[in-house]
Design a binder for this molecule. Structure first.
Ligand SMILES: Cc1cc2nc3c(=O)[nH]c(=O)nc-3n(C[C@H](O)[C@H](O)[C@H](O)COP(=O)(O)O)c2cc1C
Ligand SMILES: CC(C)CC(=O)C(=O)O
Length: 340
């Protein structure tokens, strides 16, 4: 065992910063433009307060807290994240490859019709490493290392800015994998999804009920991920933890809602679950662990977050993920409402 292992995500971030070339660190860590949303993704978590319960008999952490409910979706199920390229055949090939490899779901990123302005990448004249997945499928002749961000040019040349709701139908026609939409931060988008799914799949019976909604979900969009792409796309988009509840309410149980962005602590995971997320996803913490200590570091980061979540659950009096409720957190909105 190495001495002095990092004990939290922030320490992994500091190590990653030391070992990575500046261009790579800035690419991973950076956000769009003023990086307002980047700061807010994290700061918004700090404004949510936990409301613990005591004397609940939470046994030992390891045996009683059903962390697997959160964990198994990471370990057991592989999701394939998809961009829709201008050339649909390329996307179709990638989907088919993922399906035949045993990936269990598609995550369609819907917040990137074009790349956000990442000023650190522009300044660093970021060189975008070639994607092995695209070998033989597309060739990009861009040897210009003297100007702006190569990633931005790659995105502009390849990603389809005309991506729209009809492409979801197309995707459904070429795969049997469930499709999650990643990059939703408003109820308006949610309502559109719900209405579309329901219109297609419901036959009028019990239209607002759970069973009908579940049937709709099984046949249509499988879920949504509240995400602002780690604040790398639209600066001044809402912090995801601040947007989560609006989306959860709009969906009203018809679809599972996941969230990512700014999660650095087990207490952040707890807060997201309390506000209605079925599961959470993390981005940069895993990159930091990987940069600092390879696979062991990435694994350690996830283990630390799990461990922190177990402690938070135990200290809040929750014996399982299912026992985490809305009343375990107090948001800024709750505080304001309590003053009225
Ligand atoms: C270096 C880096 C590369 C990313 N690449 C993609 C990508 O290719 N597709 C995508 O949908 N999201 C991408 N994201 C966004 C993540 O999937 C995720 O939404 C975000 O990192 C979550 O925020 P967090 O880093 O604060 O946890 C990337 C994020 C980072 C940091
Ligand atoms: C555009 C992708 C290739 C990378 C990405 O999504 C990102 O850097 O956030």
């Amino acid at each position: 065992m190495e001495d002095n292992l990092p004990v939290n995500v922030r320490e992994y971030q500091e190590l990653a910063k030391k070992v990575l070339p500046k261009m790579a660190y800035d690419y991973i860590n950076g956000g769009a433009e003023d990086e307002h949303t980047l700061r807010e993704n994290i700061a918004a978590y700090t404004r949510i307060i936990l409301r613990p319960r005591v004397l609940v008999d939470v046994l030992s952490f390891a045996s009683s807290c059903k962390i697997e409910d959160v964990n198994s979706s990471c370990n057991a199920i592989r999701f394939y994240q998809l961009y829709v390229y201008k050339n649909r055949n390329i996307s179709a090939t990638l989907v088919q490859r993922a399906e035949s490899c045993g990936f269990k779901a598609l995550v369609l990123t819907v917040d990137t019709p074009m790349l956000g302005r990442r000023e650190a990448d522009i300044r660093n004249k970021m060189i975008f490493p070639r994607s092995g997945n695209l070998e033989g499928l597309m060739t990009i002749d861009d040897h210009d290392t003297t100007n702006g961000s190569q990633l931005e040019r790659f995105a502009r040349a390849t990603l389809d800015p005309s991506l729209s709701w009809k492409d979801i139908e197309w995707l459904k026609s070429i795969t049997s994998m469930p499709i999650f939409l990643k990059g939703i931060v408003t109820a308006e988008d949610e309502l559109y999804i719900k209405k579309t799914v329901m219109k297609q799949e419901l036959t009028g019976e019990n239209e607002n009920g759970w069973h009908a909604a579940r049937r709709a979900v099984e046949a249509g969009v499988a879920g949504v991920i509240v995400s602002n792409h780690g604040a790398r796309q639209l600066d001044y988009a809402p912090a995801t933890i601040a947007a989560l509840e609006e989306v959860v309410r709009a969906v009203a149980g018809a679809l599972p809602v996941l969230v990512d962005g700014g999660i650095r602590r087990g207490t952040d995971v707890f807060k997201a679950l309390a506000l209605g997320a079925r599961a959470v996803m993390v981005g940069r913490p895993v990159f930091f662990g990987l940069a600092a200590r390879g696979e062991a570091g990435a694994r350690h980061v996830i283990e630390m977050l799990n461990g922190e979540l177990e402690v938070a659950m135990a200290l809040c009096g929750c014996r399982s993920v299912g026992e985490i409720t809305r009343s375990h957190v107090m948001t800024e909105g709750d505080r304001i409402r309590s003053l009225l």
